[in-house]
Design a protein around this ligand. Structure first.
Ligand SMILES: Nc1ncnc2c1ncn2[C@@H]1O[C@H](COP(=O)(O)OP(=O)(O)OP(=O)(O)O)[C@@H](O)[C@H]1O
Length: 437
């Protein structure tokens, strides 16, 4: 966390002390319903032209997410595209209505606020988006763009506002003389600085940054991130910082949350998360960071398989269908080596990643060192017969039902606290491997 700000420009009497909880997100859930609205009204070509309604799908974009953010800290949220990062950000700021769960800001439940109280909280919570170009009106000069939120919230008189704009332009690293320039006259990095000035114009406490440097050249990213850090110290800001790029997250965050398919799967201090990751998904993400020296060999490409649909996510742990550490079902007696082979065979059948000509070849490829006995062996035998008879679908279903679906990873949703090795803050990891038994 950055040190106590040298100067606070906040005018509030309800200020939260540095290091105390500013934002609390509790069991936040956001589902989108698609396909069942007006757009799904179709004309039935065979039935007299009356519109009929198709079934609707429920996209589980964010599910049961909880965390606190302390005043003055940066909480980074990382995850692959589509895992729900933007939806989480927008729901926290009430740009989407939550399906369930609560958001507390300065101890107040945002759901309970209306009118002036809600307006005030909205002013205190600002957002910066990924694309600095499209979030700036090309017909407006930069001065009025930065001034506009002050007008909207009716704060400061007109002279104060334009002085404040010039001051803010300087603070974000731009020339105050650029007041009369248009957005297209700036580079991408400069435009993101204009966005920062605009967000700061209304004295926020909390800024949600949704991929703010992803559209920028790598060489510019660090400069903008360093400016954001400096502004954080100067104005006592708290950031929720969303990115898919782990190096960006590592650079800016005090704590990091990892999202997968709408859920938070791990949350820990920055160093703890990067040095002692406890969720197989986090480990896979960290291992997929490109190695600068191509001669250094890592365990690369471990994130196999597609991300399942958020409309019908897997039961239990959502990462289990891709997890390299899926836990063996305790219904069978299997050695570790046997389970590793069964799991590899099951995944390969599911994804049809091999061709076979006969049983001996298949056994050599998957079960050279260990073949399961007893019931697990019978199931594997049947699956092999199915594959050899070109009945892949039957084999895949059999293996899924008898092995994958019997694992604790499929049967129970995981949620565990882990003893941190770095620092003393909470380390949360939603993986059954962390169950202490
Ligand atoms: N308005 C919407 N209506 C229906 N589905 C939506 C809507 N907004 C997002 N989604 C779906 O919710 C899921 C999460 O999307 P979201 O944009 O939050 O992910 P993300 O992690 O921010 O991805 P990216 O980094 O690509 O922006 C996706 O499956 C997405 O298609």
């Amino acid at each position: 966390m950055s040190s106590e700000p040298a100067r606070s420009i906040s005018d509030d009497d309800d200020d939260i002390a540095f290091g105390e909880t500013l934002v609390s997100v509790e069991n936040l859930t956001k589902h989108f319903t698609t396909g069942g609205g007006l757009l799904s009204l179709r004309y039935d070509a065979t039935g007299g032209g009356f519109p009929f309604r198709t079934h609707s799908d429920r996209v589980r974009a964010v599910e049961n997410v909880s965390f606190d953010i302390k005043k003055g800290e940066t909480l980074g949220i990382v995850g692959e595209s589509g895992c729900g990062k933007s939806t989480l950000a927008r729901t926290i700021l009430k740009l989407h209505a939550p399906t369930d769960g609560d958001i507390y800001f300065k101890g107040e439940n945002l759901a309970d606020l209306t009118g002036e109280a809600l307006r005030k909280r909205r002013r205190e919570m600002q957002m910066i988006f990924q694309d600095p170009q499209s979030s700036l009106d090309p017909r407006m000069k930069v001065g009025p763009i930065v001034e506009e939120p002050m007008k909207a919230h009716d704060i400061y008189d007109p002279d104060e506002r334009s002085d404040r704009v010039r001051d803010l332009l300087e603070k974000v690293g731009l020339d105050p003389q650029h007041y009369n320039r248009y957005p297209h006259e700036f580079s991408g990095g400069q435009r993101q600085r204009v966005n920062l000035a605009r967000a700061l114009a209304v004295n926020p406490d909390f800024i949600v940054c949704d991929e703010p440097v992803s559209a920028l050249d790598v060489s510019i990213q660090a400069q903008v991130l360093n400016t954001m850090k400096r502004l954080q110290r100067e104005f006592g800001l708290t950031y929720l910082f969303i990115a898919h790029d782990l190096s960006v997250i590592r650079h800016i965050s005090d704590r990091v949350g990892v999202m997968y398919l709408g859920q938070l799967v791990e949350l820990a201090d920055r160093d703890e998360l990067f040095e002692n990751p406890q969720h197989p998904y986090t480990r896979s993400l960290l291992e997929s960071i490109p190695v600068p020296d191509p001669r250094v060999e890592g365990r690369r490409g471990v994130l196999e398989g597609d991300v399942p649909s958020p409309i019908n996510p897997p039961s239990g742990c959502r990462f289990r269908t891709r997890c390299p550490d899926l836990i063996a079902p305790d219904t069978y007696e299997m050695s570790d080596a046997e389970w590793v082979n069964v799991r590899r065979f099951m995944r390969a059948v599911d994804r049809r990643t091999f061709t076979v000509t006969d049983r001996a070849e298949l056994l050599a490829e998957f079960f050279d060192d260990a073949y399961p006995d007893g019931e697990a062996g019978d199931v594997t035998d049947r699956a092999i017969d199915n594959v050899l008879a070109d009945e892949w679908e039957t084999a895949a279903t059999l293996l899924q039902e008898r092995f994958a679906e019997q694992s604790i990873c499929a049967l129970r949703e995981p949620s565990y606290e882990v003893e941190p090795e770095h620092g003393t803050n909470q380390h949360f990891a939603a993986c059954h491997l962390n169950a202490d038994d």
